[in-house]
Design a binder for this molecule. Structure first.
Ligand code: 4AZ
Length: 245
């Protein structure tokens, strides 16, 4: 996260760290992407975070990836479902969404607490200029390898019209994505934040509108962050999870 602050404990209880087992190790996992808890046994992330058939786990409720916290929960990933139309070109990433089914132990995956709680899925569209929040352990201006502390920042929704300007991203955007940030640069998501949440608070409830997906570098003027458009995928999410939200 560029231009952010350390997240307040319990403020982003749906935030997830997606981790893969380090090759050759028995127990060690490393953070590769953000993700979002939407149900006790279901997590959303970016499709581009699902690389190979690596062994994956999620850490829920954690703030500092550098130490084991008493309130964090580690759950194995049973299966990943990547969107059938996920596609990456040299300039953009399309349909960048995946579902992770968590592995239950005695019938439970995530256990709800002050630090672990599923986010709500949205049911109304977003207006240009809405203030929303992003969070993650990704690169910061101080550390290109990411932050051990969960960081968050506020960003503004940028209309498809403004984001498709020739000076911004031109004609490469589609309905599976939207832009958020500041055209003047500075505050943005970055590498390692991918798959994590963009949430917007409405009447005291936080709704998941976006997943960190891509952008031309981080924090640069006229190159805002691009987010997978969760509303566009609601039917897909319902069809794969069999859940109603
Ligand atoms: C990345 O490389 C990445 N500024 C993620 C987000 C953004 C840029 C790059 C948005 O995963």
């Amino acid at each position: 996260i560029y231009g952010g602050m350390k997240a307040i404990p319990g403020a982003r209880p749906w935030q997830v760290s997606l981790q893969v087992r380090i090759r050759g190790s028995r127990q060690d996992f490393r953070h590769i992407c953000g993700a979002v808890l939407i149900q006790s046994c279901w997590v959303l992330t970016a499709a581009h975070c699902i690389t190979q058939n690596n062994e994956m786990q999620v850490v829920l409720g954690g703030l500092d990836l550098g130490k084991k916290e008493s309130f964090e929960q580690t759950v194995a990933v049973e299966m990943a479902i990547v969107h059938e139309k996920y596609r990456e070109t040299s300039s953009a990433v399309y349909n960048d969404i995946a579902l992770l089914r968590l592995k239950a132990t005695d019938g439970m995956c995530a256990t709800e607490s002050q630090y672990v709680k599923a986010v709500c899925l949205p049911n109304t569209t977003l207006a240009d200029g809405t203030e929303c929040s992003i969070a993650g352990w990704g690169a910061t201006p101080e550390s290109e390898f990411g932050s051990s502390q969960l960081m968050d920042a506020d960003v503004l929704v940028i209309s498809d019209d403004r984001c498709s300007d020739r000076k911004v991203y031109g004609n490469i955007l589609d309905k599976s994505m939207f832009c958020a940030g500041y055209l003047e640069g500075g505050i943005d998501s970055c590498q390692g934040d991918s798959g994590g949440p963009l949430t917007c608070e409405m009447e005291g409830t936080h709704f998941l509108y976006g997943l960190v997906s891509w952008g031309d570098s981080c924090g640069k003027a006229n190159k805002p962050g691009v987010y997978a458009n969760v509303i566009h995928f609601l039917d897909w999410i319902i069809s794969k999870t069999g859940a109603l939200f």
